[in-house]
Design a protein around this ligand. Sequence first.
Ligand code: FAD
Ligand code: DLZ
Ligand code: SF4
Length: 516
Amino acid sequence: MSIDQKTAALRIVLGDQLTRSLSALRGLDPARDIVLMAEVNAEARYVKHHKQKIALCFAAMRHFARELQADGVRVRYVAIDDPANSGTLTGEIARAAQDVAPTRIVLTAPGEYRLAQAFGQMAGESRWPVDILADDGFVCAIDEFNRWAEGRRALTMEFFYRQMRKKTGLLMQADKPIGGQWNFDAANREPLPKAHRPLARLRFAPDAITRDVIALVEARYPDHFGETAEFGWPVTRDEALRALGHFIDAALPTFGRYQDAMREGAPFLYHSLIAPALNLHLLEPLEVCRAAEMAFHAGHAPLEAVEGFIRQIIGWREYVRGVYWRFMPDYASSNALEAHRPIPDFYWTGKTDMRCMAAVIDETRRHAYSHHIQRLMITGNFALLAGLDPAEVEEWYLAVYADAYDWVELPNTHGMALYADGGVLATKPYAASGAYINRMSNFCSACRYDVSAKLGSSACPFNALYWAFLIRNRDRLGDNLRMKMPYRMLAKWDEAKQQAYVDAAAAFLDGLKPYR
Ligand code: FAD
Ligand code: DLZ
Ligand code: SF4
């Protein structure tokens, strides 16, 4: 690129900001402005991201840059193997500014607290004026969430969600929810019948650009988690729209019913698989919800599936983002259950006799994906029951999923899965014994452990861990109304029985090899 004219604005597009409607691109003057995009080691390495996650990010960045260039936009694209690459985003912004002497630097606020701090500092020290604009690619602005949260004793997601329904008009008839209820979950969440054959899902074969990136990632990050052989993520907006269309046509009608079901060898089931594209801003949350709503009005998908899906997006997704920005940075350091056990190495190797854990970790390794209940009730549940250190577990979740970004991963892991925030996000810990896993999956039938055995060397470890968790946290959780049932049961156990569960859990945990 020759930069001969005087540059007006240096506009930054971060790796997860791949949309033409980005606030930093608004008012772009293609003749005078320069768009900067940079692949940098600091972002690829700050956790050992799954190879597919790095490949997805770089491939989507390269495709987006080409699209801008095809429209006549001047893009300064710094590839990871550019010898002049400084290795950090702020370094690349400073280097570009030095080279092109812009009148100002414009960027959209990043999705991660860590980078918001770095860019804030950069703006304070910069020779050039820096405009950091709000990211308006969400349904709920951060100050709008704060206004909703202000003065509330509990930040109940369901009430936030109703406000978003009213705001967007999604599934509303005047000011009333269509169907007379806000939430139809009672009709969802069945296990998968044994004979059911899940839908084959649309995946995208990597094109030449993506294949190049995959080769580069394999060469540069060989020690990172995961495999790239089955990479099939959409890397452009066109592909993301096709992925959305496929989901709406083929999977949405069944989405709610089997939303919590798990089957070994069928990681995707009827989930949308759009989180990676949504989080890169290749799709917009409202367009996704409107597409689902249209399917309902066309009689193509039932209300309980469509409502359940829309709730995940304008409810949970927006809500966790609000919680993240409201409570960071203190949120990340809370540890309400005082969990300090190091993460075992099988989270990274998948080598464990627990079939449920091994299967989910293996699928994660192959696809950089597992669905919500696998994240929450298998790997998350184990971490909660075992009292694993929240920071180590969060590092794992941030690394291993193609859709993982701090703003969404942290509240889900720290708050929802680990209850480390003491109940800001969830009204009770999502703790479950082997019985839940057995009811919702087929993992137990092939496991070396016996899910119905409570104690002894062949007993499912989740059973002793579950009761030991309740015993360990009695002072913290015993008064929680939603935990009354298990605590009432526990109260009937004599001291020796309780001790036997505590000992069995301790013996199992002591046998685990720590990752570090
Ligand atoms: P679907 O099941 O089809 O759901 C539809 C969409 O709803 C998703 O694409 C997603 O955008 C949104 N959604 C659903 N549940 C949530 C939720 N709890 N929080 C935010 N958005 C939600 N999601 C991420 O996008 N990134 C993460 O890093 C992430 N980490 C998680 C960690 C843990 C411990 C848990 C329990 C959940 C996490 N989630 C995360 C939420 C959820 O599991 C994923 O969004 C979902 O599995 C992505 O697959 P999908 O696109 O097929 O989702
Ligand atoms: C996740 C990621 C990766 C792997 N690489 C880059 C990169 O090289 N350049 C970049 O701009 N962003 C990358 N990202 C996303 C960032 O880590 C971070 O999540 C976002 O920039 C926050 O908005
Ligand atoms: Fe998991 Fe226990 Fe079932 Fe084995 S028996 S798959 S460890 S729940």
